[in-house]
Design a protein around this ligand. Structure first.
Ligand code: URA
Length: 328
């Protein structure tokens, strides 16, 4: 399958990632290499040389082992059991990308507006919606209907629509964001704004598409006012819905999009930097953590890191498939 260069271009990686030998003699294995972005006066992204411009001619070209072509081009193979926390393969690390220093954690996904005071309307203080067991028995349609009328937390007061989730209800891939924003609240669908466009490009780079073997949901189903981060009690009250979505979907892999999603899924305060690059678990499903697309819109160097995350996600998916059966 061809490397989706258009998607990588959209990811901002067009000048960084090139197919090995793309300009004249494509390599048989479609390997891709990460190169230093060319100087402005030499920029020819599509045909950028594989070798960094300054590198001596006989210096070996650093390149990605994965993906070859695109990650989706991999043929699944049976491997040794997945180690609990596999590191990002050395060969999957960019040669030149962002500074070595760990990035600051990303900010809230949308804007920096301070959280407006949210009245406590006196709902009971139970940490989860009523009827956790009942929710755990619902089918997809009943679950969606249940979410659409949920009043378990204060977020119901200001929402226009609940944002249940979208996509293939038999998908292997599940992407989980934080919470709906303004556009999502209006349209009732996750990731429909600019961040959603970038997310679609990230999916294309994996030869995936929204709705085709991919399901997208959020930790919280209603928009937090002012796009503030969801409060712990809001997350807790919504969690049975997400747990049920995961149980119904039975994804092979979850990608947690951004710090807030990752921290809430994994029940940790750890930084996104420390959570990236290894395999976690949610409801016994492997979880890979990457940056939120809205953050990536503002941070070009971290797009290369996000691509490394996607490669790890694909490797992890392959391993899960090899253990469980053939890929779809
Ligand atoms: N950000 C999220 O985390 N989820 C959405 O649905 C939209 C933006």
């Amino acid at each position: 399958m061809p490397l989706d260069e258009a998607a990588l271009e959209t990811l901002g990686l067009g000048t960084i990632w090139v197919r090995r030998g793309a300009s004249s003699s494509p390599s048989a294995d479609g390997e891709i290499a990460l190169v230093e972005p060319p100087a402005a006066d030499a920029a020819e992204s599509a045909n950028a040389p594989v070798r960094a411009p300054h590198a001596p001619a006989n210096e070996p070209v650093a390149r990605e082992r994965e993906p070859q072509g695109t990650p989706a081009a991999h043929t699944p193979s049976v491997r040794a059991a997945v180690p609990a926390r596999p590191p990002v393969p050395e060969t999957a690390k960019p040669v030149r990308t962002a500074p070595e220093a760990e990035p600051l954690d990303e900010p809230a996904w949308d804007d920096f507006a301070p959280a407006p005071p949210v009245a406590n309307v006196g709902r009971d203080s139970a940490p989860a919606p009523r009827g956790r067991a009942e929710i755990a028995a619902l089918d997809w349609d009943a679950l969606e209907a249940r979410v659409s009328t949920c009043e378990a937390c204060r977020l119901c007061e200001k929402r226009t629509n609940t944002v249940f989730g979208v996509g293939d209800r038999a998908a292997d891939w599940m992407l989980i964001g934080e919470a709906p924003g303004e556009n999502e609240d209006k349209q009732g669908e996750p990731f429909v704004g600019q961040a959603g466009k970038l997310l679609d490009a990230m999916l294309r780079a994996l030869s995936l598409a929204r709705g085709e073997n991919v399901y997208i949901a959020n930790v919280v189903k209603c928009r937090p006012p002012g796009n503030r981060n969801p409060e712990p009690d809001e997350v807790a009250r919504c969690e049975p819905y997400l747990q049920r979505q995961v149980a119904l979907l039975k994804p092979k892999l979850i990608i947690a999009l951004g710090r807030v999603a990752a921290q809430n899924l994994l029940k940790t305060d750890a930084s996104i930097s420390s959570l990236r690059g290894r395999v976690h678990r949610y409801e016994d499903v492997p979880v890979i953590v990457t940056y939120h697309p809205a953050y990536l819109l503002r941070s070009l160097p971290d797009k290369a890191k996000a691509w490394v995350d996607l490669c790890l996600a694909f490797d992890t998916y392959r391993q899960a498939m090899a253990e469980d059966g053939a890929p779809r």
